[in-house]
Ligand binder design. Sequence first.
Ligand SMILES: Nc1ncnc2c1ncn2[C@@H]1O[C@H](COP(=O)(O)OP(=O)(O)OP(=O)(O)O)[C@@H](O)[C@H]1O
Ligand SMILES: [Mg+2]
Length: 396
Amino acid sequence: MSRNPFNPSWGTRPPVLAGRQEILQAVFEDLAAGPGHANYHHVFYGPRGVGKTVLLTEIAEHVHREWEWAVVDYSGTPEYGPRQALAEAAPALLRQLGGRRASAQGLPRRVEAAAPVPGRPLRASVELPGVDASQFLPLLQRLAELAQKRGAGLLFVVDEVQRARAQPDLELLGNTVQQLERRRGLPVSMAMAGLHNTPRHLARACTFFERQDKVQVTDLGPDATRVAYLEPLATGGIAIDTEALELLVARSQGYPFAIQLYGHRAWERVGEGGRLTLAEAMIAVEDADRWLAVNLYEPRWDRLDTTERAMVKAIAALGGTMVATRDIATAVGRTPSQLSVARHALLNEHHVVHTPRYGHLAFDLPGFDRWLAQTQDLGSLRLPPPRRPPRSGPSP
Ligand SMILES: Nc1ncnc2c1ncn2[C@@H]1O[C@H](COP(=O)(O)OP(=O)(O)OP(=O)(O)O)[C@@H](O)[C@H]1O
Ligand SMILES: [Mg+2]
């Protein structure tokens, strides 16, 4: 059996990057404009599975392949930050940019220690101490200068940026890049991506980030969704009936992760050289929906407490997008301030909703509203009265 063109694992390269041409073109134009350009750095944010990582990957691969840029690429965690990423990447980048001579010249000791020794595996990244904060700027500067001499640049990629520590990690990165790119005119650019709270998280790190444009990554439109199904199916030698395609398009609602999952299941049902009919597509979609329920929706639901559950049910009952917190409060029988702890947890801990506009909430997990409508009773939303009603003053 030949390879399924819809790769099932999260975060890997999609068979076709549909509907992102405009974003990519703008990014490459911004980078080509050089240091000092207003949009020299790029921040993407959006819900899980919308395609942020594949966008970063495409940008990084393009600048590396087409322009021979140096790339430092990592996924943020509290333990692994820009200092570790730079320590790990520097030896190979110095070789890439400067040849043997540059790699031998006075690397910070810790970086030398991290350099791969032929025949010995690279140390596990969690063990890497990272370059000292004081060495971070000189080392990045050196790499950027070498890149500049070759007419290239350096791209610092941070994925899952909401998980990276605002202090000291993102603050160090932001301040250093500001120094090098803005003040010294060196070609160091950042490309970052994270969930909806990313812009606020970055603003807490340093003021430089506040001033960068942030691009919201949204679901694909119907035309791009069709392309995202048709191209890989054609590659896999599968014909598809129009009704089957329209079913897949309607059910995935442009959510890239669902497209990939539905496409994968559909391909599996038909196999190379086959034809996807409406009946087969329906089975594939139901199969994939069960997977989504078990792996995405049910685990999220299990983690929510009673108030949080009442809130998400109310959001689903009220339409799922752009629901006023005030209306949610009325629906569950609380005041907005009585819901503020649960609201905060839904936003920042469970990542189930985001704030599309001040005072409003919307689901961050596409399809969650449909799953709630199918599995929960959205007719009964009211919470029992609060256990200790606030006293209005001393009793007479
Ligand atoms: N434009 C696209 N066209 C086709 N498939 C896509 C597109 N964007 C993303 N995908 C597919 O959707 C899935 C999710 O993409 P990706 O992992 O980049 O999402 P993400 O936003 O980084 O999610 P998370 O927040 O969970 O990390 C991947 O399997 C990817 O192959
Ligand atoms: Mg990702």
